[in-house]
Design a protein around this ligand. Structure first.
Ligand code: ATP
Length: 168
Protein backbone atom coordinates (compact mmCIF):
# COMPACT_ATOMS: atom_id res chain seq x y z
CA UNK A 1 0.00 0.00 0.00
CA UNK A 2 1.00 3.66 -0.30
CA UNK A 3 2.91 4.77 2.78
CA UNK A 4 3.08 8.45 3.74
CA UNK A 5 6.63 8.29 5.08
CA UNK A 6 6.63 11.79 6.52
CA UNK A 7 4.08 10.84 9.18
CA UNK A 8 4.59 7.12 9.35
CA UNK A 9 8.26 7.08 10.34
CA UNK A 10 7.84 9.30 13.43
CA UNK A 11 4.84 7.12 14.33
CA UNK A 12 7.07 4.03 14.19
CA UNK A 13 9.59 5.70 16.46
CA UNK A 14 6.99 6.57 19.12
CA UNK A 15 7.18 3.27 21.04
CA UNK A 16 10.94 3.80 21.44
CA UNK A 17 10.84 7.38 22.73
CA UNK A 18 10.48 6.51 26.40
CA UNK A 19 13.23 3.93 26.27
CA UNK A 20 15.54 6.41 24.53
CA UNK A 21 14.86 9.00 27.25
CA UNK A 22 15.42 6.44 29.98
CA UNK A 23 18.73 5.46 28.37
CA UNK A 24 19.67 9.15 28.29
CA UNK A 25 20.19 9.00 24.57
CA UNK A 26 19.22 11.86 22.29
CA UNK A 27 16.85 11.44 19.39
CA UNK A 28 17.01 13.49 16.24
CA UNK A 29 14.94 13.47 13.08
CA UNK A 30 16.21 14.62 9.73
CA UNK A 31 13.21 14.23 7.50
CA UNK A 32 13.19 15.93 4.12
CA UNK A 33 10.08 17.95 3.37
CA UNK A 34 7.82 16.91 0.51
CA UNK A 35 8.67 13.24 0.58
CA UNK A 36 6.77 11.19 -1.96
CA UNK A 37 4.58 8.36 -0.78
CA UNK A 38 6.09 4.90 -1.09
CA UNK A 39 4.41 1.76 -2.34
CA UNK A 40 5.64 -1.00 -0.07
CA UNK A 41 4.64 -3.52 2.56
CA UNK A 42 4.15 -1.58 5.82
CA UNK A 43 4.45 -4.69 8.03
CA UNK A 44 7.82 -5.69 6.65
CA UNK A 45 9.12 -2.13 6.50
CA UNK A 46 7.89 -1.51 10.04
CA UNK A 47 9.79 -4.52 11.31
CA UNK A 48 12.99 -3.38 9.61
CA UNK A 49 12.77 0.07 11.19
CA UNK A 50 11.88 -1.39 14.60
CA UNK A 51 14.86 -3.72 14.55
CA UNK A 52 17.27 -0.94 13.56
CA UNK A 53 15.87 1.25 16.35
CA UNK A 54 16.03 -1.61 18.81
CA UNK A 55 19.72 -2.06 18.04
CA UNK A 56 20.36 1.69 18.24
CA UNK A 57 18.71 1.77 21.69
CA UNK A 58 20.74 -1.23 22.80
CA UNK A 59 24.16 -0.16 21.62
CA UNK A 60 24.20 3.64 21.92
CA UNK A 61 25.94 4.86 25.09
CA UNK A 62 24.20 7.40 27.35
CA UNK A 63 24.64 10.99 26.22
CA UNK A 64 25.02 9.95 22.59
CA UNK A 65 22.61 10.40 19.71
CA UNK A 66 20.28 8.30 17.62
CA UNK A 67 19.36 10.01 14.35
CA UNK A 68 16.71 8.99 11.87
CA UNK A 69 17.09 10.48 8.42
CA UNK A 70 14.76 10.16 5.51
CA UNK A 71 15.13 11.51 2.01
CA UNK A 72 14.25 10.62 -1.53
CA UNK A 73 15.14 11.34 -5.12
CA UNK A 74 13.33 10.34 -8.30
CA UNK A 75 14.36 6.72 -7.98
CA UNK A 76 15.10 5.94 -4.37
CA UNK A 77 13.86 6.45 -0.83
CA UNK A 78 16.69 6.40 1.68
CA UNK A 79 16.23 5.76 5.37
CA UNK A 80 19.20 6.02 7.72
CA UNK A 81 19.49 5.12 11.36
CA UNK A 82 22.72 6.48 12.79
CA UNK A 83 24.06 6.20 16.29
CA UNK A 84 27.03 8.03 17.74
CA UNK A 85 29.42 6.83 20.39
CA UNK A 86 30.01 3.39 19.01
CA UNK A 87 31.95 2.00 16.09
CA UNK A 88 31.90 -1.47 14.60
CA UNK A 89 35.43 -2.44 13.53
CA UNK A 90 35.88 -2.69 9.76
CA UNK A 91 36.62 -6.43 9.87
CA UNK A 92 33.37 -7.07 11.76
CA UNK A 93 31.18 -4.93 9.49
CA UNK A 94 31.16 -7.52 6.74
CA UNK A 95 29.71 -10.10 9.13
CA UNK A 96 27.01 -8.33 11.11
CA UNK A 97 24.25 -9.33 8.67
CA UNK A 98 25.09 -13.00 9.09
CA UNK A 99 22.84 -15.17 11.22
CA UNK A 100 24.01 -15.51 14.84
CA UNK A 101 26.93 -13.12 14.36
CA UNK A 102 27.53 -10.70 17.21
CA UNK A 103 30.30 -8.16 17.71
CA UNK A 104 31.59 -8.86 21.22
CA UNK A 105 33.17 -5.43 21.65
CA UNK A 106 30.01 -3.48 20.84
CA UNK A 107 27.99 -4.87 23.72
CA UNK A 108 29.77 -3.54 26.79
CA UNK A 109 26.45 -3.57 28.68
CA UNK A 110 26.06 -7.29 28.08
CA UNK A 111 22.55 -6.95 26.75
CA UNK A 112 22.86 -10.23 25.01
CA UNK A 113 21.08 -11.13 21.82
CA UNK A 114 20.94 -13.90 19.31
CA UNK A 115 22.51 -12.12 16.37
CA UNK A 116 19.43 -12.67 14.27
CA UNK A 117 18.04 -9.15 14.11
CA UNK A 118 20.20 -7.86 11.29
CA UNK A 119 19.98 -11.11 9.32
CA UNK A 120 16.21 -10.60 9.35
CA UNK A 121 16.64 -6.95 8.39
CA UNK A 122 18.73 -7.91 5.37
CA UNK A 123 16.33 -10.59 4.17
CA UNK A 124 13.36 -8.29 4.71
CA UNK A 125 15.04 -5.48 2.77
CA UNK A 126 15.59 -7.84 -0.14
CA UNK A 127 11.94 -8.89 0.04
CA UNK A 128 11.02 -5.25 -0.50
CA UNK A 129 13.40 -5.03 -3.44
CA UNK A 130 15.74 -2.87 -1.41
CA UNK A 131 19.22 -2.92 0.04
CA UNK A 132 20.68 -2.39 3.46
CA UNK A 133 24.25 -1.58 4.30
CA UNK A 134 26.21 -0.42 7.30
CA UNK A 135 29.11 1.98 7.67
CA UNK A 136 31.03 2.77 10.81
CA UNK A 137 33.58 5.54 11.11
CA UNK A 138 34.24 8.82 12.87
CA UNK A 139 32.68 7.52 16.06
CA UNK A 140 29.34 6.64 14.56
CA UNK A 141 27.57 3.72 13.02
CA UNK A 142 25.06 4.15 10.22
CA UNK A 143 22.57 1.73 8.73
CA UNK A 144 21.21 2.78 5.34
CA UNK A 145 18.13 1.25 3.78
CA UNK A 146 17.49 2.09 0.15
CA UNK A 147 14.16 1.28 -1.43
CA UNK A 148 13.24 1.81 -5.02
CA UNK A 149 10.35 4.23 -5.25
CA UNK A 150 8.76 2.46 -8.15
CA UNK A 151 9.10 -1.08 -6.91
CA UNK A 152 7.11 -3.18 -6.82
CA UNK A 153 4.48 -2.27 -9.36
CA UNK A 154 1.17 -1.64 -7.61
CA UNK A 155 -0.42 -4.92 -6.61
CA UNK A 156 2.70 -7.05 -6.97
CA UNK A 157 3.01 -7.69 -3.22
CA UNK A 158 -0.63 -8.66 -2.94
CA UNK A 159 -0.15 -10.86 -6.00
CA UNK A 160 2.80 -12.59 -4.32
CA UNK A 161 0.69 -13.36 -1.28
CA UNK A 162 -2.07 -14.86 -3.36
CA UNK A 163 0.45 -16.92 -5.29
CA UNK A 164 2.07 -18.11 -2.06
CA UNK A 165 -1.22 -19.18 -0.48
CA UNK A 166 -2.23 -20.95 -3.69
CA UNK A 167 0.81 -23.18 -3.70
CA UNK A 168 0.44 -26.56 -2.00
P1 ATP B 1 19.16 -9.78 18.30
O1 ATP B 1 19.05 -10.93 17.38
O2 ATP B 1 18.47 -10.00 19.60
O3 ATP B 1 18.82 -8.46 17.65
P2 ATP B 1 21.86 -8.81 18.25
O4 ATP B 1 21.54 -7.38 18.51
O5 ATP B 1 23.11 -9.32 18.84
O6 ATP B 1 20.69 -9.73 18.74
P3 ATP B 1 21.89 -8.22 15.42
O7 ATP B 1 20.79 -7.23 15.52
O8 ATP B 1 21.91 -9.14 14.25
O9 ATP B 1 21.94 -9.13 16.70
O10 ATP B 1 23.26 -7.42 15.43
C1 ATP B 1 24.49 -8.10 15.23
C2 ATP B 1 25.61 -7.38 15.96
O11 ATP B 1 25.88 -6.12 15.31
C3 ATP B 1 25.25 -7.00 17.38
O12 ATP B 1 25.58 -8.03 18.27
C4 ATP B 1 26.10 -5.77 17.64
O13 ATP B 1 27.36 -6.16 18.06
C5 ATP B 1 26.22 -5.13 16.27
N1 ATP B 1 25.32 -3.98 16.10
C6 ATP B 1 24.06 -4.03 15.59
N2 ATP B 1 23.50 -2.80 15.56
C7 ATP B 1 24.42 -1.96 16.07
C8 ATP B 1 24.45 -0.56 16.32
N3 ATP B 1 23.40 0.22 16.02
N4 ATP B 1 25.56 -0.03 16.85
C9 ATP B 1 26.62 -0.81 17.14
N5 ATP B 1 26.65 -2.13 16.94
C10 ATP B 1 25.58 -2.70 16.41
Amino acid sequence: SAIQLQHWIPHLVEPFVQRIEKNQQHLRFEISPNLPSLISDPDILGRIVAELLNNACKYTPPGEEIAIALDADDAIVRLQVTNTGIEIPERELTHIFEKFYRVPSSDPWKHGGTGLGLALVEKSSQLLGGQIHATSQGGQTCFTLELQRHWPKTGALEGDRVAASDSP
